[in-house]
Design a protein around this ligand. Sequence first.
Ligand SMILES: C[S@@+](CC[C@H](N)C(=O)[O-])C[C@H]1O[C@@H](n2cnc3c(N)ncnc32)[C@H](O)[C@@H]1O
Length: 402
Amino acid sequence: MTRTVLTLLGGSRTVPTGDHLGRLHDAIDESDFAWTLCLIGEDQSHKLAVLAGDLGRRKSSTGEGKQITSGFAYWGIAPTIAWAHACTDPFYPVMQQSLESFALRWAHVRAQLADTPFHYVSLGVGTGHKDRSILQDLLGANPDLLYSPVDLSAEMLRFGMRESLKGIDVARRQVVPVQLDFAVDANLVEYRRLLHKMVGDEPILYSLLGNTMANFDEDIDLLGKLTWLLRPQDRFLLEVATTSSLEESLADHAAEEYRSSRAYKEFVTSALQHYTDVTIDMDSVHFRGSVEDERALQVKVIYQNSTGAVQRIMLPDRNIVRFDDGDTIRLYLTRKYANTAVDDMLQTVGMTKLLSTHSGFASHRSPGGFGIDLLLLSAGRERSVPAQRSTRADEIWSSFNR
Ligand SMILES: C[S@@+](CC[C@H](N)C(=O)[O-])C[C@H]1O[C@@H](n2cnc3c(N)ncnc32)[C@H](O)[C@@H]1O
């Protein structure tokens, strides 16, 4: 086979002439133009149809009907920019403190990983700040690591990677961004296959940070699916918001953390503005706190028609739906978990807790007892759960091995 020698900044490499992708990588590495090579796994038109379907749901005055589910809230360039703004707003302390205190929590965890040469998969990259802390350390033990950020939003991927790779000594061929909905079983099966082709038996550190799990209606189910990705040599970093108590009065305090931020309101209404013709009225955005099944404080952000008249909303597929007076669109869902609930969830999905760190959140609006936990996990049901329980991960595994 004919070979071409490409000279790179760090030296030279022999690339087979027919290896167009390899040559493309090299050309990108040599260029200072901001290329992003991204693997698109989602059919965008199908996603748009899902969003339109969710916005056409039944009438509800409590946010149980029409909704924008997790992932779609960040989908597209306008929501991505709005999210980045909200993360730096001092009036939205949840995310700001989560970002600022992350390095400290991660410092405790990384000691546990010792010098194991992990690859790194970031599920939901966001602004990319946390990935940068993690990459800096993992590269020490594995300079050739593969970094694969996964996100439903291609714009978020590009935005987040700009931050996560800032000042990081990693070739672009080591970075494989993947645009994918990680809540879909079939996507996980394909992604897992792809990953294992790339890294073989070498260990992977996965992360689901920023309390992302709490945004899903079926949060335990999601964690179960992600558990299925793990082999014994892999590890999983999970970051969740926690509360020391589930008193009813605390639920409103939890809602208050979001209510006072104009930037957060702009983020949370951004997808609605982007994908429908609704003229957003910020006074129609409501934050409802409640206690969910003795396991979490739940906050729902809803948009309510309080005009006294029926509105007609054009959906992204050009269909028109009635938005009756009093009807709602749920814009966002989040939770703060009771500590025992976190342990119960891990048991249910078959994860073993290897280490956990906690940061308490102090704020003039917070009553105390709120915080954020970073957990290092492995898949290891046999050590933590009675053998008779079948987990969600087991179900997915068996359905794809039939
Ligand atoms: C709360 S942010 C957390 C960002 C980051 N991990 C952090 O801690 O700062 C959630 C991220 O997950 C992504 N996301 C949410 N649901 C998703 C889904 N179903 N599939 C893929 N990405 C999703 C969002 O686009 C966003 O980047």
